[in-house]
Design a protein around this ligand. Structure first.
Ligand code: GLY
Length: 369
């Protein structure tokens, strides 16, 4: 197992990454438990695949548990299920020093983390992320929350977990599409801050596609290391943490235009969004013209969606997409903040981007459809 420490003073914690974490989960949880008991929240799909193994591991370590499973999917991240989880935890008499375990992907992690943040003004929780996206992004860094009818992730809190267990073997059960969508976030880390890691991803594309355990441990481990460094510098996103949103301004507009549906998964939108951010950076003379082409070639090599042309169904005009970008959470004083790059591994945040250049990039992308 590889350990990454998230250095946040009194809120510091470890992320354990590698094959077999679930089997040893009991041992890793024991030091956190004043009484040998945990409560688990998962979803039906993940529970079918992994809850039995997790419960067996807890039993081996003499830890009692109770579990709640919710319907899978983004719709679960809502007020009603939040109330359901909080009331269920209260009925189980979960106390401040107890540990609530979120066993699942980003939806379960965000919802259960938020329930833990508000229950008795904050109980501890452990993330056991079961999707690649959750392992490299949402389970680390303490962003928790739910969606509101007014928009995604609009209600939430920063609440850091006490431990994150990323077992690489659970990724075996993901569909190719979900796996590759999560990989969009892995590529993002190379692009935003580590050109050597991006080189490594290019050279190890086949091993990653085969879900080779050593390759995945390195890919997840390096992604988490980078996220941990950024979160330790800027826990509540006053500055550098916005770099983690590379590709996301375009992605959120595309997700909104496709109704947050199966037409475009979040990680697919991130990959396409990173391509657009690099194209924009190149048009603005910030990075070499080869950089966006190199990124596209790598996404193609992985068998991923690459361009606007790969989004099925109709898309609105460039103007309409630009308007949707203006509704992004990162908009500050009315100005859209972009994450651009001076090259692979050299991202930065700026609001100084001419509207016409963004529209030209979107129009060219839409013409390719
Ligand atoms: N997913 C972006 C962040 O955690 O800040």
């Amino acid at each position: 197992m590889k350990t990454v420490h998230v250095a946040l003073g009194a809120r510091a914690y470890d992320v354990q990454i590698g094959a077999g974490g679930l089997e040893n989960a009991g041992e890793m949880l024991l030091p956190l438990l004043p009484r040998k008991r945990v409560v688990i929240v998962s979803d039906d799909t993940v529970a079918k695949a992994h809850l039995g193994a997790f419960q067996a591991a807890l039993e081996t370590s003499g830890i009692a548990c109770e579990s709640l499973t919710l319907p899978p999917g983004e719709a679960t991240k809502c007020w009603r299920e939040l109330e359901h989880v909080v009331e269920w935890l209260l009925a189980r008499k979960v106390e401040r020093r107890d540990v609530v375990v979120a066993l699942g992907g980003g939806v379960i992690g965000d919802l259960v983390g938020f329930a833990a943040a508000i229950l008795r003004r904050g109980v501890r929780f452990v993330q056991i992320p079961t999707s690649l996206l959750a392992q490299v992004d949402s389970s680390v860094g303490g962003k928790t929350g739910i969606n509101s009818p007014s928009g995604k992730n609009l209600v939430g809190a920063f609440h850091q977990p006490s431990l994150v267990l990323a077992d690489i073997t659970v990724l075996d059960t993901l569909s190719d599409r979900d796996f590759l969508a999560g990989y969009g976030e892995v590529v993002k880390y190379g692009l935003l801050g580590d050109a050597t890691f991006f080189d490594w991803l290019e050279s190890n594309a086949d091993a990653i596609r085969r879900r080779d355990r050593a390759a995945l441990t390195h890919a997840v481990g390096r992604s988490v290391e980078m996220k941990a460094e950024i979160v330790a510098r800027d826990e509540t996103e006053q500055g550098d943490r916005a770099l983690l949103n590379l590709g996301h301004t375009f992605c959120h507009a595309l997700e909104s235009a496709t109704g947050y549906s199966d037409r475009l998964l979040h990680g697919e939108g991130v990959a396409i969004g990173c391509g657009l951010a690099f194209e924009l950076s190149s048009r603005l003379g910030l990075c070499a013209q080869e950089d966006p082409s190199r990124l596209r070639a790598h996404l193609k090599q992985m068998g991923m969606k690459v361009d606007l042309a790969d989004v099925p169904g109709d898309l609105p005009s460039a103007e309409a997409l630009y308007a949707l970008m203006g509704q992004d959470k990162k908009v500050l004083d009315g100005a859209i903040r972009f994450i651009l790059a001076r090259g692979i591994g050299q991202a930065f945040v700026t609001a100084d981007v001419p509207r016409e250049t963004v529209l030209a990039v979107l129009e060219d992308g839409l013409r390719g459809r």
